[in-house]
Design a protein around this ligand. Structure first.
Ligand code: F6P
Length: 355
């Protein structure tokens, strides 16, 4: 008998169900007497005992389904060791429910915060394996996380569509792309969508340089400009500020893009508009690339279970699934390297990073 529990944790993304399906199909085929428990709403379900025994047919027809059939929630790592308002010790409850289900392994699908807790549970003696999920692509130890390519396709489509209306009206358009503290999603969508300026957190921008690029384009007779702005983008001044000071600096603006829009309309006297696709980028079916990636990662996770190799995330490196120790992944962020080929080549074709 082999029994695993699966949970999805943190912000959802495309491909969670495809990965769950990949794990379950490989798992049921690998072990004759196989049981899977679905743990509901992420670590919340493990803490508060919300789980159910799944049947093979529960995993049918979910390859293309967006969201997660198990539900998810954000349970901040920094609160995991804090006793909750009803007096519950979350870590010992998670261990209790793991034992109650009689699990051989807990399979966790999540992003950065999720991996900190997964690593902690491993250190507490649970057998844990994880898969890298996030549209932000900021998980250390893997070249790519699932959800990223699907979100990239959506953000690119937004920029494509904005192009036509920007051209008609001769406006500057800002498209704000998700990505939390890193610029991967904005960088890829910006290049794919042909943005003229790409602003990412890793390269603090100078608004005068952005304005100069806009005016330069006008001089060349270009009717419009597209600026792809990462939600985490920072001006050179903000890059030196504390979180609270940045908040104060942006008072009155819903996000960084609106501040940039105000400043640009003042400096260029052009019409500026902002589009924020937001959670749209995380919704709907996974793209073909993510479906394949999730299927491979799911099957590779079962290979680790078969070999009783616990305490690893299955990452992708140089196109191959590889086990990466959770202790190496937890607490590390994968930012866009400033000297990366993609940044250099983007600059070579004339994309400005506002620096
Ligand atoms: O981590 C994925 C992500 O979509 C980020 O890009 C974004 O900053 C954040 O989650 C939004 O979080 P929430 O869904 O909790 O609003």
């Amino acid at each position: 008998m082999k029994r695993i529990g699966i949970l999805t944790s943190g912000g959802d993304c495309q491909g969670l169900n495809a990965a769950i399906r990949g794990i379950s199909k490989a798992f049921y085929r690998e072990f004759d007497d196989a049981e899977i428990y679905g743990i509901l709403d992420g670590y919340y379900g493990l803490i508060y005992g919300k789980y159910k025994k799944m049947n093979p047919h529960d995993f049918s027809g979910i390859l293309t389904l967006g969201g997660t059939i198990l539900g998810t929630s954000r349970q901040p790592f920094k609160l995991m060791r804090v006793i909750d308002e009803t007096g519950i010790d979350k870590v010992s409850e998670m261990k209790k429910h793991y034992a109650e289900m009689g699990l051989d392994c807990l399979v966790v699908l999540g992003g950065n915060g999720t991996h900190k807790t997964a690593n902690m549970l491993g250190k507490e003696g649970l057998n844990v394996i994880s898969l890298p999920k996030t549209i932000d692509n900021d998980i250390w130890g893997t070249d790519v996380s699932f959800g990223f390519q699907s979100a990239c396709d959506i953000a690119t489509d937004v920029i494509d569509r904005i192009h036509t209306t920007a051209t008609s009206h001769g406006r500057i358009f800002i498209v704000e792309v998700m990505g939390h503290k890193v610029g991967w999603l904005n960088l890829y969508a910006g290049i794919a969508g042909g943005a003229d300026v790409i602003l990412i957190p890793e390269i603090p921008y100078n608004i005068d340089k952005v304005a100069a690029t806009m005016l330069e384009r006008n001089k060349k007779g270009k009717r419009f400009s597209i600026i792809a702005v990462a939600e985490g983008a920072l001006s050179a001044e903000e890059a030196l500020m504390k979180k609270k000071e940045i908040k104060a600096n942006r008072r009155g603006y819903p996000s960084v893009s609106y501040k940039i829009a105000d400043e640009l309309s003042e400096k260029t006297h052009c019409e500026v508009r902002v589009t924020v696709p937001g959670h749209f980028q995380r919704g709907g079916a996974p793209c073909a690339y993510d479906r394949v990636l999730c299927t491979r990662l799911g099957a590779a996770a079962v290979e680790l279970i078969k070999n009783e190799k616990y305490g690893y995330m299955v990452g992708i490196r140089n196109g191959e699934p590889v086990p990466v120790p959770l202790s190496e992944v937890a607490g590390r962020l994968k930012s866009v390297p400033l000297d990366s080929e993609i940044i250099k080549n983007a600059r070579k074709i004339g994309i400005s990073f506002g620096d």
